[in-house]
Design a protein around this ligand. Structure first.
Ligand SMILES: [Zn+2]
Ligand SMILES: [Zn+2]
Ligand SMILES: [Zn+2]
Length: 149
């Protein structure tokens, strides 16, 4: 199982002409294994053997290549989430709702929601836009229902 997964990440790096380093593969496999966004401190705590600068560069280059996108949590900390097929180099299409859970602080990408069409005033041209919502995620709302009862 783990091998097939790694293989896919190596292909992904090849596709973007990135060298296949162990650190890059590990960052990818961690980010793809979660259904929430990951902050740099999260990554640092799991990969304490990779120094911060390296990690920072990895995240930057992945963002540039359209592999991951940046989302902010409720504290304004940058988190990173995996992109979908239509993102490319310097070209992101992550127009989906970002849901910040006020309880567990996780950030979720809700891809399946239909986004409103923007009617911008004359002269404005948007390349991208992001919508944020905050509240309780399914896990936390279940928990709070239990305490109320
Ligand atoms: Zn993207
Ligand atoms: Zn939650
Ligand atoms: Zn997202």
């Amino acid at each position: 199982m783990a091998q097939t997964k790694n293989f896919r990440f190596e292909e992904l790096l090849d596709k973007h002409h990135l060298k296949k380093t162990g650190a890059r593969l590990r960052v990818l496999s961690m980010m793809y294994s979660k259904n929430t966004a990951t902050s740099q401190p999260d990554l640092e705590s799991v990969m304490s053997d990779i120094d911060r600068v390296t990690l920072y560069r990895i995240l930057n280059v992945f963002e540039e290549k359209g592999i991951i996108h940046k989302v902010f949590d409720l504290n304004g900390t940058a988190n990173y989430a995996v992109c979908h097929a239509d993102c490319g180099e310097n070209h992101h299409h992550d127009e989906h709702l970002h849901f910040n859970c006020t309880n567990c602080k996780n950030v979720y990408c809700l891809d399946d929601l239909h986004m409103p069409r923007l009617n911008l005033p004359e002269g404005f041209k948007a390349d991208s836009f992001t919508l944020y919502a905050s509240g309780l995620c399914p896990k936390c709302s279940k928990k709070s229902a239990v305490t109320i009862n």
